[in-house]
Design a binder for this molecule. Structure first.
Ligand code: ARG
Length: 474
């Protein structure tokens, strides 16, 4: 069993159960490469500031390089008796370079170290998630373009409401995912501050240079208060909350796909590659991909609530409870990443059953509002027009006729204001075309939305990754 780095004041050894409860290396070893990066920057600063000798600093850097190679090659055997990724790496360094390795932990604590590592890691994850959100938006806009002229019934209360372009429906999701991207982007800005230098909680008496370390690590700013630096986790909570909202959007879309794929709707067919069958019912083709994403949404919500609960009763500053922040965070990232990937892969493979959508759009009196608007244009007060059309609909239900199937004479028995042009106004094409006010479903309006989306997506925004690259420590 390895010797504990903090063992000096202890006479007895750690109980095996305590060791198992307390270890985090089984999950925080995934931070190893980011931990090494942070240590490298810290060691350089210690050398530059004369806190350790330039030779020791160089020895540490060489040692860290070698350990990094082993981590990358998957050759490291993590030791749970050493608790966490930080102590494991420090022990490896000391084993490799001796005394100089014992100087790396000067002017820092695992408390500011873990806060720094997680932020470094999360920055890279957000970068990747932002790229994935962008890819999803691209897939959505492409689909909207591909099926631009398809009309389906728009729903309220899951009842046929008014006809809309399928493209308009898709672009509604595009709006949601654009806001998700904004949220992630804004969260990144707060993640992007460096806590290193706060040490255990009170700061450090050594003449460190936090800005220098921040520059090496590509942080544009450092955190201000040492107590806050080691004890707050609101940036992680913010991230999980943004992730939960994105999952909620994915889940709503999935719910629609599930409904649309039922024999009752038959608006879409899901690709075989993303469905499974039943072990007993030979006819089944289940929409697993959508169900799983919908199900995983609950788990991401759970992580958000875990983190909020973890923090709510904690006195300042660092408490060991905070070690419990990692598994929920890691799982949020992985779950969101895999859901975004598979959903983006699924979209272009949807078989959109256009004719069924159009047929459905013509059912359920979806153009009743248009007829009321028509009467209003003829001078009938809207409330009266609403009443007249309500009676026409009741008549239609009784005689099994849609509005566009009624003759002019039939319509005129309800109102003298109705003339021949009423029959065009109740077609779904006319209904959609007429809604040309900004944000509506008219083809030219939706076309504009699509063009704007492409413009946004093509904007060569300097990625966070690129910004970091330029100042990354070698
Ligand atoms: N593994 C610990 C965590 O994740 C690192 C910090 C340990 N600090 C301490 N004082 N024991 O929070």
């Amino acid at each position: 069993m390895a010797k504990k780095q903090w063992g000096g004041r202890f006479a007895g050894s750690t109980d095996a159960l305590m060791e198992r409860l307390g270890e985090s290396v089984s999950f925080d070893s995934r931070l190893a490469l980011w931990d090494i990066r942070a240590s490298r920057a810290h060691a350089r600063m210690l050398g530059v500031r004369g806190i350790i000798s330039p030779e020791d600093s160089r020895a540490i850097l060489r040692g860290l390089d070698a350990i990094e190679k082993e981590v990358k090659a998957g050759k490291v055997a993590w030791d749970v008796s050493l608790e966490d990724v930080h102590t494991n790496i420090e022990a490896m360094l000391i084993a490799r370079i001796g005394n100089a390795g014992k100087k790396l932990h000067t002017a820092r604590s695992r408390n500011d170290q873990i806060a720094t590592d997680v932020r470094l890691w999360l920055r890279d994850q957000i970068d990747d998630l932002l790229r994935k959100l962008r890819a999803l938006r691209q897939a959505l806009v492409a689909l909207a373009e591909q099926y631009f002229h398809v009309i389906l019934p728009g729903f309220t209360h899951l009842q046929h409401a008014q006809p809309v372009l399928f493209a308009h429906h898709l672009m509604a999701y595009h709006e949601m995912f654009s806001r998700d991207q904004e949220r992630m982007d804004s969260c990144f800005a707060r993640v992007n501050r460096m806590p290193l230098g706060a040490a255990a909680l009170a700061g450090t008496p050594y003449p460190i240079d936090r800005n220098y370390v921040a520059r090496l690590l590509g942080y544009p700013a450092v955190t201000e208060n040492s107590i806050d630096s080691v004890s707050d986790r609101d940036t992680l909570i913010e991230f999980c909350s943004a992730a939960a909202i994105t999952m909620m959007h994915l889940s709503r879309f999935c719910e629609e796909l599930i409904i649309w794929a039922t024999p009752e709707f038959q608006f879409i067919e899901l690709p075989d590659a993303f469905c499974t069958g039943s072990s007993i019912m030979p006819q089944k083709k289940n929409p697993d991909v959508a169900e799983l994403i919908r199900g995983k949404t609950g788990r991401v919500y759970g992580h958000l609530v875990s983190l909020l609960t973890l923090l709510k009763g904690l006195p300042l500053s660092y408490n060991r409870d905070l070690q419990e922040d990692k598994e929920p965070l890691f799982d949020c990232v992985e779950t969101l990443r895999s859901c975004l990937r598979i959903f983006t892969a699924l979209l272009p493979k949807l078989n959109v059953l256009q004719q069924n959508m159009t047929k459905a759009a013509e059912q359920g009196y979806t153009t009743a509002t248009d007829l009321a608007d028509y009467l209003t244009a003829k001078g009938v007060p809207f409330r009266t027009a609403h009443e007249i059309v309500g009676r026409i609909v009741a008549y239609g239900i009784k005689h099994g006729k849609a509005l566009h199937e009624m003759t002019l004479e039939e319509l005129q028995t309800f109102s003298k204001a109705i003339t021949a042009d009423a029959r065009t106004c109740v077609t779904i094409e006319h209904s959609v075309r007429s809604r040309a006010a900004r944000g509506g479903t008219a083809p030219q309006t939706v076309k504009k939305a699509i063009n704007n989306a492409w413009k946004q997506l093509q904007k060569k925004k300097k990625s966070h990754a690129a910004a970091k690259q330029s100042v990354r420590s070698r």
